[in-house]
Design a protein around this ligand. Sequence first.
Ligand code: SF4
Length: 343
Amino acid sequence: MSEPLLDVRDLRTEFVTDDGIVRAVDGVSFTVEPGQVLGIVGESGSGKSVTCLTVMGLNDRKLSRSTGEVLFRGQDLLHASGHRLREVRGNEIAMIFQDPMTSLNPVHKIGRQLAEAVLLHQDVSRKQAYERAREMLKAVGIPRAERRIDDYPHQFSGGMRQRVMIAMALINNPDLIIADEPTTALDVTTQAQILALLKRLQEDFGSAVILITHDLGVVAETADDVMVMYAAHIVERGPVRAIFNEPRHPYTWGLMGSLPRLDVNVERLYQIPGQPPSLLNPPAGCRFHPRCAYAMPVCREKEPRLTLVPGDPDHAQACHLDEETKRREAAALLAQITAGAAT
Ligand code: SF4
């Protein structure tokens, strides 16, 4: 079998705060194959963004500690030099953030920022770099790209700025794009356009994508595989069809039950009760137990391990419930959702 593009093994990241140690990522392992789209889903504070910032080497090394391995094409980025990480970032791995204004420099024209991203990593002339910038602006659907290359970021709408960020991410044809809540700040229509654009360009360019989102609906159309995170752990992972058709974890059921649907009119969407735990002092046993309607005594004592779903070597979940109950409850939830009764 060929080597995965990204192979994250037993990743742990902790931050030292005045109140104690926050274990933001706690024993996370996953792989990304070339051209694969992996959706990482979970509420705020689940560890999904910190996982990806650690992969990129973007955590403050003075305030955080990470252990494990982040093998990118076989090379461990967790222990790579600052020089090597700068080579990788923006060239082999690119990142798209929720708010493009945090990544775009407000005092420089868009064309200059795109061209400089090319010049930083490629041996081309300034003229060729600007030509590439123009091509990319056209590829992401910026109207009148020839003229807009001379505009500043504030002259673009939110959706257009996110298109510029996608152009910036793809401009050096990276092997992996990490998109962290790329559409959260956008209205629903623009969100759908940006996701469709990202998917089309991902297919054209052949890049792998890690798509981080709190919204399970965002990954439904975009991802090949889904990893659900809760309180710094992976609680379920599998191909998108398995997660949507045969979800096996009560937290995933909660996320699915809270999805808005166009074909079903509900007065109020379901909400998972309670809040995610503090990672300074997470609950013992299953970290989801204070919010879980199915919690049993064992859930308060013993941490469930991520194990394969019987009969599906690609689908894994971490829950003490027996298989029969999981199957029955998942089927009941899907039936409720279909009937529009998930209120
Ligand atoms: Fe709920 Fe227990 Fe499963 Fe955790 S292990 S999700 S508390 S049933």
